[in-house]
Design a protein around this ligand. Sequence first.
Ligand SMILES: [Zn+2]
Length: 397
Amino acid sequence: MEGLALYALLLIAICTGWLLGRSGSRSIKFPPRQTRDIFQEYFAGLNYLLNDEPDEAIDTFIKALEVNGETVETHLALGALLRRRGKVDKAIKVHQAVLARSGLEASLADAARLQLAKDYISGGLLDRAERLLKELAQGKPEGKWEALPLLVSIYQLEKEWHRAITCTKELLSHSAYRRSSEWNARMVHYHCEIAEELLVEGQLGEARQQLRRGGGFQRHHLRASLLTARLEHESGDCNGAIRECRRIAEHSPAFLTQVVDVMAASYSELGREGELIKFLDGFLDKQANPVALQLISRLIAETEGADRAIQYVRRHLAAQPSFAAVAKLLEFEVETNQFDPAMISDIEKIREVLLAHLAKQLGFQCGYCGYEARQLYWLCPGCHRWDSIQPKLEKGR
Ligand SMILES: [Zn+2]
């Protein structure tokens, strides 16, 4: 379809150029010698097209631009089409040729700059794109609102979170973006990215400040909640960490796995393992979760003995059959029974097969493009959307 559009655009541009050239020759705008050259170029371009050599046709076409400024918009469309077809070098050539025209109308020059910046982004020339977009963002309003989202996408690629925040804040001052949940969620992510780095460096106060700022754009965002739970625990506020973990379990149960370690450590530090067992029991009634099952069975074995843990897993298996429960039961059976070595070896093999199967079923997947990952990404590496990746827990039962 795009191939057809490219041919159509080239043909339109060439025919327009030819007609303009003809009228130009009538009004004696060009010296006869130059007019003959233009015709030759257009016919050469047409010839290349007919011989299915679009690259040569494009080169000829760009050459002809110098005398036919009236076809600028067609050129901009052609350049955008070339970029989408992956011919970034050609697109850059077309847009640079447009910009090089003397006396180009200001709005068309801005449109060409924007297209050229998009070419540079596609070609990975981010510095050049940034320079162009900054110029546009400081210019007329129309150019500014088109340039800012692209500038943000560059800072996002470069992980320049502070700059991404500054630009997004400016964007959110526009009525078209102010209520956009997508752009507000982006602000939360940018603050979370900084908070995550600060947490690793142990700068807890600054991390808390970043999370608070992010919360101003969207309250109780899942990522911010997960980080808050971790932050509270590291700050020594186990009750605060537990409160945040329970909120996550209630509103986003599939993500409890991400903080189950924080939850276990917080309850343990307060000496309230019994409460945690009760909470996990209730949680597992509603939601399958191999990690929570692993934790509760370990806690029961530690506090009430292996036999009680086996009873618990058996009961759980009867109510909610799952690979995770079978694997856990086999593990306890081997630990607590005097099987002969050959039988133990068989059970271990069965357990390994189950765990390998479970590992494949777990992991994460993008609900938009289907990208699969072993770890949680907030920004999908496949389709570059925020918050589109979810745990595949349900399938892991
Ligand atoms: Zn995706």
